[in-house]
Design a protein around this ligand. Structure first.
Ligand code: ATP
Ligand code: MG
Length: 247
């Protein structure tokens, strides 16, 4: 990989792109993952490649909701594994959640490569390989989840999830936290808490909020969650994209 100078105006975006490329080379990320990244980059560019205030609020609400969960699961796909493996492990530790590998195009090789990659980044228990339960309403491969993982969870964080599975999970009654740069995508629209931000900024931010809220009471956490307005957050993100300037 060529060195990207720090003063390059789009240095962070280029580094992120290289991490996805490396993920494909390592067998972690699928080729479709490259296309998903391209779509994400376009939205991020329009958002100014920064965490907008409504996303910051969503990240705080997500941290509170994860801390309130009986059983939270963080879903990891090939793009998430390439971009934020260590950050996902840290978030799981901060909120007491499980990590589960979940792929759009499931292959046993890629499942194993991602699980290994997460373990290399400090994960002790990685779910998703048992695949002993199903999400109703999805075709066979797409429906596979772990009985003691996503199937059992009350709260799931699904970054970059496709619309069908996001809808199916919400029909199962799960509280969904979605990270997606497109506020118009179905995934964002079905989420209880849509985080319209780049995963590389969103995950560390949620962790930071979770650490700050570690000693908060249930009442305080519940208040943060109920004050969060998902419709307003989606609208603000869409407005930011259309106007190209937030201030
Ligand atoms: P559906 O319409 O069913 O929701 P889709 O067409 O959106 O599916 P994909 O192309 O797989 O399906 O979607 C990828 C989504 O992930 C896009 O909305 C894109 O904006 C988002 N995305 C890609 N990279 C990132 C990233 N780094 N951080 C956050 N979101 C991202
Ligand atoms: Mg989508």
């Amino acid at each position: 990989m060529t060195e990207i100078p720090d003063d390059h105006p789009r240095a962070e975006s280029l580094r992120t792109r290289h991490r996805i490329e490396a993920g494909v080379e390592k067998g972690i990320t699928s080729k479709q993952g490259l296309i998903a990244q391209g779509r994400g980059e376009a939205y991020d560019y329009l958002l100014g490649e920064e965490t907008i205030p409504s996303a910051e609020r969503a990240e705080r609400a997500a941290a509170a909701r994860l801390l309130l969960a009986d059983h939270a699961v963080l879903s990891v796909n090939g793009n998430v594994a390439a971009l934020v493996p260590g950050e996902m492990v840290e978030l799981a530790d901060a909120v007491g959640a499980d990590l589960e590998v979940n792929l759009f195009n499931r292959t046993e090789e890629r499942m194993a490569a991602i699980a290994d990659h997460l373990r290399d980044h400090g994960a002790t228990d990685v779910k998703g390989l048992a695949a002993d339960a199903r999400i109703p309403g999805l075709d066979h491969e797409r429906a596979k989840v772990d009985e003691d993982g996503i199937h059992d969870a009350d709260v799931v964080l699904v970054p970059l999830e496709d619309g069908d599975r996001a809808e199916a999970l919400s029909e199962m009654g799960k509280t969904e936290i979605v990270v997606d740069l497109n506020p118009m995508s179905r995934s964002a629209r079905v989420a209880a808490i849509p985080i319209i931000d780049n995963i590389v900024r969103a995950v560390p931010n949620v962790t930071e909020h979770a650490r700050e809220l570690k000693d908060a009471s249930r009442e305080e956490l519940e208040a943060i969650v109920s004050e969060f307005d998902r419709e307003a957050a989606l609208e603000e993100a869409e407005r930011a994209i259309r106007q190209g300037d937030l201030d």
